[in-house]
Design a protein around this ligand. Structure first.
Ligand SMILES: Cc1cc2nc3c(=O)[nH]c(=O)nc-3n(C[C@H](O)[C@H](O)[C@H](O)COP(=O)(O)OP(=O)(O)OC[C@H]3O[C@@H](n4cnc5c(N)ncnc54)[C@H](O)[C@@H]3O)c2cc1C
Length: 412
């Protein structure tokens, strides 16, 4: 089989990229390993999705359905139940994509690739938890799937380790299902989830959030019987004098998400901070013809930003496949004061605006965000507050690019 643009992953990023690549005139194939399109949205049955993009409040499945309807109206080919297992660049510049499905293993040839594989949760091994390996320790997203899709309950007394958004949403979900959520324990002194989720998922249900406190041991042999927690010092060592046992039968981990790049980690250059690909403002990786977007590029807070980013990546992938993608002179983007990372890593001179996405290193009150090129300010805005947990953006004008761009944040 031959195609112009092959999209790996059929979540919101993959579908949005596929739609725009098709609208640019390219033939498109979306390959999804699960039996249905939608990605993580399928299990997010709470509302709060779509306000920015669809201008209405939707649940995750409603959002996924709206994108899937668009895909179905166009002549976009879709292979579900099919996993991409390999990707290589051929001598003529096109790509050989190895896939496996119940029909067997075969190769598809494509002129351009969009990586849209989403992200996965960090497991207990990532936080070096001591203890046996009893039943009842799950990642928050896994628990969400078991409850919302399989219709099974996971436990009665739950402790949540980490304050990522998935864990916060699951605290409320478990409360609705009748479980007692003993508390959320966060190793840092600030929550890692969005403030709106702290308010709507914890405060509204009197679920305590313990900052600078974390699990040091899981108790239980066959089933979880409790978890030992301890206060965390500012240098992230544990204060073992403060150890206490919280009795519970279930522990949920919400300790971070990692872009799912194993498929391409030998092929493309990855950013050490985000775990996603190093890309330019056309979402091209270091390999021309391979594009990346959505959570596989960097973990996003809200799906609307994934959709908007993926539409651009899809459009550029379509243009590349048809030989219509022309770029100007390339410059670096530099993370300055207060900026933990920037996406993209390179920008090109030309026309129109580019959105630089970033997260801050600490909380800033009444800050100013400034993008400079040499001595010239090419983007500027202020904010009431910037939190490390929140993805931020600043627009820069491509026509003003004469050198590398630095983004900095200053307290007002
Ligand atoms: C619990 C939770 C709550 C959230 N709450 C909100 C909210 O309230 N509001 C909001 O706006 N956003 C929310 N989000 C964020 C938003 O849902 C995600 O950012 C967005 O849906 C991610 O889209 P994606 O396409 O990048 O990744 P995914 O949806 O993860 O899609 C990736 C797809 O790629 C497939 N795939 C991976 N590898 C392969 C392969 N090798 N071959 C074939 N297919 C592959 C996967 O099966 C998956 O379907 C939430 C996310 C979570 C997890």
């Amino acid at each position: 089989m031959k195609i112009d643009v092959l999209v790996i992953g059929g979540g919101s990023a993959g579908m949005s990229a596929g739609i725009k690549a098709y609208e640019s005139g390219a033939s498109v194939l979306i390959v999804e390993r699960e039996n249905k399109l939608g990605g993580i949205l399928k299990q997010c049955i709470h509302n709060g999705f779509g306000l920015k993009y669809f201008k209405k409040e939707m649940t995750g499945p409603e959002y996924a359905h709206a994108l899937e309807e668009k895909v179905n109206k166009l002549d976009i080919k879709v292979l579900t139940g099919t996993m991409v297992t390999g990707l290589s660049k051929k001598a003529d510049g096109s790509f050989a994509v190895s896939v496996i499905s119940k029909n067997g293993a075969y190769i598809i040839n494509a002129k351009a690739i969009v990586l849209a594989m989403g992200c996965r949760e960090r497991p207990s091994a990532a936080i070096s938890l001591c203890g046996e390996r009893p039943v009842g320790v799950l990642t928050a997203g896994c628990a969400q799937k078991i409850i919302n899709i399989d219709g099974q309950m996971i436990g009665k007394k739950v402790v949540i380790i980490g304050s990522g958004d998935v864990g916060l949403i699951m605290a409320r979900r478990l409360h609705y299902e009748g479980a007692k959520v003993e508390g959320v324990y966060e190793i840092s002194s600030t929550p890692s989830g969005l403030n709106r989720n702290i308010v709507q998922c914890l405060n509204d249900y009197n679920i305590p959030l313990h900052l600078s406190e974390t699990a040091v041991e899981i108790i239980g042999k066959d089933r979880v019987e409790g978890v030992v927690v301890a206060k965390v010092n500012p240098d992230f060592t544990f204060n073992m004098k403060t150890k206490r046992l919280i009795k519970c039968d279930t522990v949920l981990l919400s300790v971070g998400l990692v872009p799912e790049n194993d498929l391409v980690s030998d092929l493309i250059k990855l950013n050490n901070t985000t775990g996603g690909a190093v890309v330019d403002d056309y979402y091209t990786t270091n390999i021309e013809g391979i594009f990346s977007c959505g959570n596989v590029l960097h973990v996003h807070d809200i799906v609307d930003d994934v959709t908007i980013e993926a539409e651009q990546a899809g459009l550029f992938a379509g243009q590349f496949a048809l030989g219509n993608l022309n770029k100007g002179v390339k410059f670096n983007t530099i993370s300055g004061n207060g900026v933990r990372y920037l996406v993209p890593n390179f920008v090109h001179a030309g026309s129109g605006f580019v959105s630089l996405k970033f997260r801050v290193t600490k909380t800033f009150k009444n800050p100013k965000i400034v993008a400079t090129c040499g001595n010239e300010i090419i983007g500027e805005r202020s904010a009431k507050i910037l939190l490390p947990a929140q993805m931020e953006q600043i627009m820069i004008d491509r026509s003003k690019l004469k050198g590398d761009v630095k983004v900095e944040v200053y307290e007002g």
